[in-house]
Every structure is written in C-alpha cells, then in structure tokens.
Design a protein. Structure first.
Ligand code: ZN
Length: 249
C-alpha cells in the first residue's frame, strides 16, 4: 500500500491532559493527595501527544519464542500496540493471547491459517475469519473489531466478509519489512517515517523487531507523537478510548 499525503483537516487528534485532569480531580476532592502517580511508562498517552497518534502493529503472533519478550519491551517503553493474531497459532497459545490482553494490547484478526484470501472461495474466506473471531472472543471476552488480510492481499469480497463479521479492514502506511532479515537500526529507520494518524507494519517473530522498540519510541516522543489505537471507523491511529491495565510490580 503506497504512503499517502496527509489530508489537511482530516485528522485532528485530541490530546490527553492527565495533569490538568488530576488537578481538577484534586480540586474536586476526588483524589487523595497521597495517591501515587501512575508509572511514567504505564500508558501510551503521557500528556505529550501534541502531534497526534500513530498505530504500531505486530502481525503473525502469538509465538512461544517471541510474544512475551515483545510484550515486555512494549510495556517497558510505554507502548500499546495492535496485534493481528493468526487463529491457528492463537489456538495453541491461549496463555499468550491472554498475556497480550493483560498487557493492554488491542487484539485483532489476521485469519485462521494465513492464506492468500483472494484465492479462496467465499465460504472458506468466511470460515478463516469467523473461526479466528470466535476463538479470540472466547480467549479475551471481546470480539476483534479490526482485521488485516495476510500479505495485504484483499478485494471487495474479502472486505465485505470482514465487515459482515463486525471488523474494519486495516492495511498499513509504513512497511518496515522486518521479516526480511533487517537489523533493528534498519527497522527503526523505516518505522520513524510514520506520520500522525498512520500505521506501521511489523511482526511478532523477530528479535530485531523487539530491539527496535526503544529507539522508535525515542523518536516518536521527540516528535510529540504517541502510540494509539486504530479507529475501526476511520482506519486511522487515534487516542486510546480505553485505559491500559496498570503495570504489574
Ligand atoms: Zn501476516
């Protein structure tokens, strides 16, 4: 998918102002003064999101080799990401899907067996998406609202079936090509070309992708961009509408 030029006025992110919210809550007597502040890296919105939000996405998990390491790195760096899970991998790794959810990630549908969906008959496309949808709902209590076709390979039929199952089809703006043996530095170099509202494609399955997270975040912070959720309505990265669970001690 080609990069697109920003559309003026199309996306104006709201910025969270937790400090002001806290001050207001204190003034209203709602919060005890002794209440400790939330850990600095606990959430993606840390009050410095003036330039907006970007969507960091990781496809093809969960993987016994990498998912827990990926989640640790994301949490340590204050990132909430969208994870496009493969159904047949999720089926074998319920604990990892639950860990993704508990780490505050948004869990999305990436088909059951990662086929070229456009080459399948409609009933098989439907089955690929529905099985994954049902499994992820069983494991997490919530049916995904986002779907990404494997290889970005889609057509009107695939899109329509996804929408019929309650999911928006989400592709990407920036492809890091982290699956092709790239170094962490090369992944960072690609990822940081992302602009407000846009989505970065990465994968759950490579050590270099995990190693790239601190430098990606350093760059985003320097540009006052925050990792956000992907809106199923607009397909753009926006301010998270829910709160992440607190970081475990
Ligand atoms: Zn994939």
């Amino acid at each position: 998918m080609p990069r697109h030029a920003p559309v003026p006025g199309k996306f104006t992110p709201a910025c969270r102002r937790p400090v002001l919210a806290m001050a207001a809550a204190l003034a209203a007597g709602l919060v005890a003064v002794a209440t400790p502040a939330a850990p600095a890296a606990a959430t993606s919105g840390d009050g410095h999101c003036e330039a907006g939000y970007v969507g960091l996405t990781y496809d093809d998990g969960p993987t016994p080799e990498y998912t827990l390491r990926l989640l640790s790195a994301l949490r340590e760096n204050g990132v909430r990401a969208t994870l496009f899970n493969i159904g047949e991998k999720a089926e074998k790794n319920e604990d990892l899907v639950v860990a993704e959810k508990e780490a505050g990630m948004w869990i999305a549908n990436h088909s059951w067996s990662h086929p070229q969906l456009t080459k399948l008959p409609e009933d098989e496309i439907e089955s690929e998406l529905q099985r994954t949808q049902d499994l992820l709902e069983t494991f997490t209590g919530t049916a995904p609202v986002l779907f990404r076709p494997p290889y970005g390979n889609t057509n009107a039929t695939v899109k329509e079936i996804a929408e019929g199952l309650g999911m928006a089809e989400i592709l990407w703006d920036v492809d890091t090509r982290d699956w092709s043996g790239k170094s962490a530095e090369e992944i960072v170099e690609e990822a940081v070309t992302v602009q407000s509202g846009e989505i970065v494609l990465m994968h759950d399955g490579y050590a270099a992708t995990i190693e790239a997270i601190p430098a990606i975040m350093e760059n985003l912070r320097s540009r006052e961009l925050c990792p956000g959720m992907i809106s199923p309505t607009t397909g753009k990265a926006v301010e998270p509408a829910d709160e992440a669970a607190p970081v475990s001690p």
